[in-house]
Design a protein around this ligand. Sequence first.
Ligand SMILES: [Zn+2]
Length: 277
Amino acid sequence: MPPQATPLASYEAAAPWTSVPDPGKPGVNIPFLHATCVPGGSVKKNTSAATITKPVRYLLVTTSDGGRLIHDHTGYAKSEICDTSSPLYLSLMCQLGAELAKIFGLGPSSPSSGSSRKAADNKTWNVLAQLPLKYNAYYRGRSNSNHLDLYIVGHDATRFDSVAQFAKHLAWLARSTKETCSCRVCRNERRQVPAAAQRARKKIWAGCQRPVLSGVPSWIGDEEWEEEEEGEEEEEEEREEVEREDAEDEKVEVEREDAEDEKVEVEVEREDAEDEW
Ligand SMILES: [Zn+2]
């Protein structure tokens, strides 16, 4: 029996985390993707498969646009939560890792590679280390079958209900939020929101992220830091504008209060005068 280790338990023991070269761009790393390999990681093909031990490359998407608090399970039952304590978590991470690796062309790992399935099983499996920050996953059973529906929440438009679509969104996060995401949730959202507005909003989220694990390289590369500084200047201007507006409001408020005080004083004087009579 292999140890029933979660990805967390395995990859904390592994080292070091390194940037992942982009197979499509020689000499260039995928900006927000890091990886670490362990010879004996726990993997699971799907929710009903047994846990087995394989060489694993854990993939960590080091930025996020998620907006769901880790303890916010509104709309879901406790039994539907798929976090690190759930027996379904490992298979979800394996499926997302395999799908993400496929999008980037990161080499063999897929647990379901058709005719070469046996061969692929013995190669390194790509496993997602964890969901991006502020994304939560749930599995909900159907009343008339054993089928479990996956929901991943955290996107500010709606929830994901597909591994493939969420992997597309992960790939977009890992590449750069400066581009336009091709996942179904983002595409649907753009029917209401212009692409530029969508990107601008998510850039703020991504810019707020910091490393969550020791030993993980900086979440924001040098190039991105420069970008952020520009963003900070804009934010600074915005802050000043808000402060100016607040100050104006305060001035008006104080003037109004002063005027009221004066009125009261006048009234008091009048009362005093009346008393004298
Ligand atoms: Zn997307």
